[in-house]
Ligand binder design. Structure first.
Ligand SMILES: [Zn+2]
Length: 171
């Protein structure tokens, strides 16, 4: 994986340029393999999109009020939206760490009042079926060191990882 470092560096630069506001400390605490790149980026895009939506509706409300429109009838949804989303869903929000643990993705955040718990749990579940090296369908395997890692058959073979059933047989 000599090429991996450069690719990951390019990816991290892309994330900071696109979703930098989710990392207010200017640090990107991300350490996962390239196979989870799409998964992590989709998750960031969903979270980021939620704020974009909030900012868009704030702007819509301001311009409607500036034009003297009543927020009823065809604009009633604006009031409904703020009833459901009274504050910026990303107020005080930050991504604390993105890493692999026991073979699965772990995506730790602060703030957000649980708004993103569901989508984060979903991404973590998908990671358990996604090769951390290449993104192909995968399952949890055991490395020769005994540590779990989610790998496709090809990458499992490459590093000598086995399924837990095979591991039991070898004991
Ligand atoms: Zn793979």
């Amino acid at each position: 994986m000599a090429k991996g470092g450069g690719e990951m560096g390019e990816w991290k630069a892309h994330i900071m340029a696109t979703y930098g506001s989710l990392f207010p400390e200017g640090r990107l605490p991300l350490s996962v393999g390239p196979g989870w790149r799409d998964l992590v980026e989709d998750l960031l895009a969903v979270i980021y999109g939620k704020r974009k939506r909030w900012q868009d509706v704030v702007e819509i409300r301001e311009s409607l009020l500036a034009e003297g429109e009543e927020l009823t009838g065809r604009y009633g949804w604006v009031v409904d939206y703020f009833e459901e989303n009274p504050t910026d869903p990303l107020e005080g929000f930050k991504v604390v760490q993105v890493k692999e643990k026991f073979g699965d993705l772990r995506f730790y955040v602060e703030g957000g009042e649980g708004t993103f718990d569901g989508v984060i749990a979903l991404a973590e579940m998908v990671s358990a079926r996604t090769c951390i090296q290449c993104g192909a369908p995968a399952r949890s395997m055991l490395l020769p060191s005994g540590w779990p890692r989610t790998l496709c058959p090809e990458h499992a073979e490459e590093v000598g990882a086995v399924s837990s059933e095979e591991w039991h047989e070898e004991e």
